[in-house]
Design a protein around this ligand. Sequence first.
Ligand SMILES: Nc1ncnc2c1ncn2[C@@H]1O[C@H](COP(=O)(O)OP(=O)(O)O)[C@@H](O)[C@H]1O
Ligand SMILES: [Mg+2]
Length: 338
Amino acid sequence: MPRSSAYGEAMRIAFVGKGGSGKTTLSALFAQYMSKKYPVLAVDGDLNMHLGGLLGFEDELPKEKHISHPEAAKAIKTHLKGKNGRIKDLAQFRKTTPPTAESNLIFLDDPADPILMQFSAVNTTLRLMVVGSYDSEEIGASCYHNNLAILENILSHLIDARGVAVADMVAGVDAFANTLHAQFDLLVLAVEPTKRGLEVFEQYKKLAEEAGVYDSLYVVGNKVRLEADEEFIKKYIPQEKLLGFLKESEYLRRKDQEGGALNVDMLEEENRKLLQTIESKLFSMQPDYQARLEKLFDLHRRYVAQGFIKERFGDLTNHIDPTFNLAIIYEKHASKNN
Ligand SMILES: Nc1ncnc2c1ncn2[C@@H]1O[C@H](COP(=O)(O)OP(=O)(O)O)[C@@H](O)[C@H]1O
Ligand SMILES: [Mg+2]
């Protein structure tokens, strides 16, 4: 297995795609598969929360612990702000507000991390965090990006050293909103062998290109039954972007009927191989932490330049701490525990 990250196995992956394409299934299987080797933070970033069920967390996370619950979001922001004096009051802590040397960070491999302790459920090496749909019921699914704002804060303050964050993202463009697209090493798009499935690839490709993250976008063909299905997908997806196929699975169909948690060991051998391929691809990505931070700075500058932000909160460009170095944080953390 290639191990390219210089600072331990620090990696973040998100599964994206249209509803029903297999995001939750793939997230659950991959999170479980990786949790045999690394601490894993699985994040349910969908309005319809199914990841916990597939991972065997039934009711461990009451909605007060969903990170988009207003009280939870407030507590999380208060903690992350720490001694960061650039944020004058909590309302100024926006989705793009970057971490500084005075902020509290979240260390994925630290079981005593206060945010992880309070806002995730744990089962040996696998943790589950749920964004939740709090407050969005009346407004409608189109506003789910508001719920995702706190996830953006968590990701921007997360040091995923020696661990893997796996996010099951909401369908549609909200998965790319604000900083989200820039906060993962790998974006895996699940597509079905249908015309509509391939149109979704074109749509995500365009989004990824516009956001400058096409390099991190890869595709998995799902629910493939026949050779012809594979050929269909291969015809439209560039070869270098296609990681492989998750075949129509008897096991997954049966679990759909029975309900309950998935067990990755029960998955068909050839489907398990795909998880290995995703792992290899993930670890072949070369995260550049400082570049990620600079990108956050850039997205923050653009966000706070909007008229309504300036009007409501004043000039927030000074949230950026140009001396802060994220790469050094990773380096220090890695050497501390070696
Ligand atoms: N490879 C597969 N074989 C059989 N059923 C699958 C496969 N992938 C997904 N499914 C089923 O398809 C449905 C949608 O999958 P899901 O992961 O919930 O999609 P999403 O999260 O993208 O909406 C679920 O019932 C799931 O069990
Ligand atoms: Mg889902």
